[in-house]
Design a protein around this ligand. Structure first.
Ligand code: RP5
Length: 164
């Protein structure tokens, strides 16, 4: 883990989650938002999870993105241990295609929310984390608007190709 104070903490239950989580890392890089990446397993390293969640806001982290698959307790447990917003990414699984992960993450009890994105959609998790941070940073809000304009332009370009 970095010794500086990144704004977004990107954590995952296993290194096998990393290929999915790369999209969140990439979007943070694209928006030049500081971030750290760590493997924090709710089941295999529970003490490390507790320490991470307890200390994240004290270190200056603003939002935590947590990805996990199967019995995906990491996002919910971290959310229960931190006052920071937590964005959960259900990782796709071989046997249940990530429905297990989705249900594990999305069905939080009242009082402890996890902002859950679609199965495997780490890009949206990154964007949501950035938008949470951007709410009081006009320059970052402007970058989000530009990103949306680029998205719209992509659609319009496709339409233009269809029309040719
Ligand atoms: C979860 O178990 C991890 O988030 C991962 O998605 C899943 C499988 O982990 P490995 O057995 O590949 O390490 O804790």
């Amino acid at each position: 883990m970095s010794k500086t104070t990144p704004e977004i903490g990107i954590i995952m239950g296993s290194d096998s989650d990393l290929p999915t989580m790369q999209a969140a890392i990439k979007i943070c890089e694209q928006f030049a938002v500081s971030h750290e990446v760590a493997i924090v397993s709710a089941h295999r390293t529970p003490q490390r999870m507790v320490e991470y969640a307890h200390n994240a806001h004290k270190r200056g982290i603003k939002v935590i993105i947590a990805g996990a698959g199967g019995a995906a307790h990491l996002p919910g447990m971290v959310a229960s241990l931190t006052p920071l917003p937590v964005v959960g990414i259900p990782i796709a699984t071989r046997n249940l295609q990530g429905l297990d992960s989705l249900y594990s993450i999305v069905q939080m009890p009242r009082g402890i929310p996890v902002a859950t994105v679609a199965i495997g959609n780490a890009q949206n998790a990154g964007l949501l984390a950035i938008q949470i941070i951007a709410s009081h940073i006009p320059e970052l809000l402007e970058k989000v608007s530009e990103y949306r304009q680029d998205l719209a332009q992509t659609v319009l370009n496709k339409q233009q190709k269809l029309d040719e």
